[in-house]
Design a protein around this ligand. Structure first.
Ligand code: NDP
Ligand SMILES: O=C1O[C@H](COP(=O)(O)O)[C@@H](O)[C@H](O)[C@H]1O
Length: 489
């Protein structure tokens, strides 16, 4: 039996036949059921405007689960139980009258979780219609990212939702916060005094955050071309990672204590003016190339593409945090599609010892690094200097890792998908892993100035071959400061 207890809920998935629902959300819900983490009384409502036969739609959902859940995890008894919880309803989320049959399907005594796997432009209508149907009081709403495409549009959406729901019942998803290794950042930093005493500008020279993907835009041109990598990845996932690395210790683990500390970091990010852009930020767009030995088209040759697009698929930048802890410590961020390798990692580079007593030619070797690998091969490595072994070696130094690989050390067969964790947290009414309105707004404010600068300068992205580490200029961005991207890779 699982150690945690979860109350019965009605879980209504708006956009049940969309890409996110089929690829991520239903498989995650199935895994929760398999793990015994869905209460026996929990009901699932699959909501979509497709008027076809409900049985056909349920079959589509079942097929998606069978496709995206590993074969070894498919248990026919669980599948039957899972599908038995589900009802399908055809509903246009903008039409008030369509919510009447929904009310009949919602158990009045249970919390209703309304998950919006839809474009953000319909969030306001769904909230208004839920409220009009008399369902608001029992409802927690879950909003997918991105919320808007800039500060102004995010405020419009957040305000439309806030008209009907208090902040305490709004769950804004950033799925990186549900990744086991991202949560580990909090344990690593605040449960080990070893690190926390070193975690400042006295001891750290710089920080790298890399989220490199090998995938392209996976048929999502319509969405992605309007967004670009800055809005799609930096505004949310990478800035959240930066906050978790840079924030001061929260006084407890409550949602607001953690969020308060994250907001302080976002507020302290130094502006990057248009004059600084060329030195601090590099935009790229992938051209054709080869990824993992397979030829792939360039961004402008993707399905449904527009050959004129100057949307970026890569961003590298240097961010500076203006506070006592981080003054003079650059944070180098980079993320891109169609890169050489899928890897998300954070590298903390520590400063050299204050006085050097070893052979001068070995000086360049000396550097302690903490490498936090978020995916794949989740783990932590601390690069430390030791003496080379052997009578003939004298005091020759070498760098080696103290290594913790999570799957090997803890013999865990499966690291749960981020959505499993996040869905469970919503069911438990716990907001720790969700993003507060002001976090979203400060993140947009900082990203907006970059986009405004690009627009003002008429900036166009630099091409990089698919399967590489991005435009050459992204290497110059860091070598200019006498450093290099760790490992590349
Ligand atoms: N897909 C992904 O990997 C990720 C998605 N997201 C976010 O998740 C959300 C969903 O994305 P995704 O699944 O890719 O998008 P899709 O377009 O695949 O799915 C959205 C679904 O919402 C439905 N819908 C839209 N308007 C209405 C309406 N008025 N009434 C009823 N149904 C409606 C669409 O129906 P129809 O087809 O009829 O238009 C569609 O089934 C978005 O906010 C996106 O930004 C976030 C991170 C990753
Ligand atoms: O939110 C998004 O994230 C994915 C990358 O997520 P990961 O868990 O595979 O690292 C990205 O591909 C997508 O464009 C973006 O919308």
């Amino acid at each position: 039996m699982p150690a945690i207890s979860v109350d019965a809920t009605t879980f209504a998935l708006f956009g049940a036949l969309g890409d996110l629902a089929l690829r991520k959300l239903f498989p995650a819900l199935y895994q929760l059921d398999r793990a015994g983490l869905l209460h026996g009384g929990t009901k699932l409502l699959a909501l979509s405007r497709d008027p076809g036969d409900p049985q056909t739609h349920m079959a589509t959902i079942e097929q998606a689960i069978r496709r995206y859940v590993p074969d070894a995890d498919i248990d026919e008894a669980v599948m039957a139980r899972f599908l038995g919880r589900m009802q399908y309803l055809t509903i246009d989320f903008r039409r008030r009258e369509d919510f009447v049959p929904l009310v009949q399907m919602v158990a009045p005594e249970m919390p209703l979780i309304a998950y919006f796997a839809t474009p953000a432009s319909v969030y306001g209508s769904i909230c208004e219609n839920l409220a009009h149907a008399g369902l608001a009081e029992q409802t927690r709403v879950v909003l997918e990212k991105p919320i808007g495409h800039d500060l102004a549009s995010s405020r419009v959406i957040n305000d439309a939702v806030a008209e009907f729901f208090p902040e305490s019942r709004i769950y804004r998803i950033d799925h990186y916060l549900g990744k086991e290794t991202v949560q580990n950042l909090i344990a690593l930093r605040f449960a080990n005094s070893l690190f926390e005493t070193q975690w400042n500008q006295h001891h750290i020279s710089h920080v790298e955050i890399t989220v490199a993907e090998t995938v392209g835009i996976e048929g999502r041109w319509g969405y992605f071309d309007q967004a670009g990598q800055l809005r799609d990845m930096i505004q949310n996932h990478l800035l959240q990672l930066l906050c978790l690395i840079a924030m001061d210790p929260p006084s407890d683990l409550t949602a607001d204590s953690i969020r308060d500390e994250k907001v302080k970091v976002l507020k302290a990010l130094a502006p990057i003016t248009p004059e600084m852009l060329s030195q601090r930020v590099v935009r790229g767009q992938y051209a054709s190339g080869s990824v993992n030995g397979k030829a792939v088209p360039g961004y402008l040759e993707e399905e449904n593409s527009n050959a004129e697009s100057s949307t970026e698929t890569f961003v590298a930048l240097r961010a500076d945090i203006c506070n006592w802890r981080w003054s003079g410590v650059p944070f180098y961020l980079r993320t891109g599609k169609r890169m050489a390798q899928k890897v998300s990692q954070i590298v903390i580079h520590f400063k050299e010892p204050p006085f050097y007593i070893f052979a001068p030619e070995q000086r360049s070797l000396i550097s302690n690094r903490l490498i936090i690998r978020l995916q794949p091969d989740e783990g932590i490595a601390l690069q430390v200097m030791t003496k080379e072994q052997g009578l003939d070696k004298g005091m020759h130094l070498r760098s080696g890792p103290l290594q913790l690989n999570f799957s090997e050390t803890y013999k865990r067969s499966r690291i749960p998908d981020a959505y499993e964790r996040l869905l469970l947290e919503v069911m438990q009414g716990n907001q720790n892993l969700f993003v507060r309105k002001d976090e979203i707004e400060y993140a947009w404010k900082w990203c907006d100035q970059l986009i405004d600068g690009w627009n003002r300068l008429g900036d166009t992205p630099k091409l990089y071959p698919a399967g590489s580490w991005g435009p050459v200029a992204s290497i110059a961005l860091i070598t200019r400061d006498g450093r290099s991207w760790y490992g590349d890779l």
